[in-house]
Design a protein around this ligand. Structure first.
Ligand SMILES: CC(C)(COP(=O)(O)OP(=O)(O)OC[C@H]1O[C@@H](n2cnc3c(N)ncnc32)[C@H](O)[C@@H]1OP(=O)(O)O)[C@@H](O)C(=O)NCCC(=O)NCCS
Length: 221
């Protein structure tokens, strides 16, 4: 968990607050009744990751100077953040994390945590764009990084554009030296404003253990 904390602190730009935790195996009820509506019929593992993610989100909000409030999910499962705040939550195999920032500063924010040893070669084929293939080769680690970066992009754009892009609608260049990525291709059919925003979005990643965590953010012009 400390490794995830360190990775997050290395990723976030000024003004973005981050928090990480281990997903508890046994946790109590949701902190706010309205959050529970999203968990009807959820198995306990799912409840626990949801509750862990909400705890991280409220810790990130507290660092931002925000009171602890309910963060219900909308009909699409997107957390409803307090007015004037952007945030993102991710969980993977026992770990969870969240980021929050002032919406006056950022126009988009997405966080994604993934294991680096689970992507099948078939899934790799679905995720890796032709423009990324030479760099990635057979590397499950880099394939997982691209998966994570594309999920982070998805989360950053969805609350604004509501687009449903496929993994191959976006191609990244990976900058291993700076542990960053840049969008180099975006599918033509996506809205023009999203295509422009995608090329302005910033991406940083960190590998730790057998995880990768990626942050995507878009500064307001
Ligand atoms: C929604 C999605 C991005 C979640 O990613 P994931 O790796 O499966 O799961 P994570 O744990 O990282 O993230 C889940 C959290 O994302 C948030 N989330 C869910 N849907 C979201 C959306 N549409 N937009 C933004 N955030 C969303 C929620 O906080 C959720 O956790 P919670 O339900 O406990 O609150 C993913 O399931 C998905 O549908 N992806 C679409 C395909 C895609 O990413 N294409 C990439 C194209 S470039």
């Amino acid at each position: 968990m400390n490794e995830l904390d360190d990775a997050l602190q290395a990723l976030v730009p000024v003004g973005v607050c981050a928090s990480a935790a281990v997903v508890a195996e046994v946790v109590g009820p949701v902190a706010f009744a309205e959050e529970g509506q999203h968990l009807v019929n959820a198995v306990s593992a799912r409840r626990n990751e949801f509750i862990g993610g909400r705890r991280c989100a409220r810790a990130a909000l507290a660092d931002l100077g925000q009171a602890a409030v309910a963060l219900p999910a909308d009909a699409d499962g997107v957390p409803v953040w307090p007015s004037g705040v952007l945030g993102s939550i991710s969980h993977s195999r026992g770990l969870c994390c969240a980021v929050a920032a002032n919406a006056a500063v950022l126009a988009g924010l997405g966080l994604d945590l993934e294991k680096t040893n689970r992507l099948s070669s078939r899934a790799m084929e679905r995720v890796v764009h032709a423009a990324e293939a030479a760099f990635v080769g057979e590397s499950q680690r880099f394939g997982s990084l691209l998966f994570s970066a594309k999920e982070a992009f998805f989360k950053a754009q969805y609350p604004v554009w509501g687009a449903q892009p496929n993994f191959k609608d976006l191609a990244f260049q990976i900058d291993s030296t700076n542990q960053a990525l840049a969008v180099v291709e975006v599918a033509d059919y996506l809205p023009e404003t999203l295509r422009t925003a995608a090329t302005r979005m910033q991406f940083r990643y960190r590998f730790f253990g057998d995880y990768v965590v990626t942050l995507c953010w878009l500064m307001r012009p």
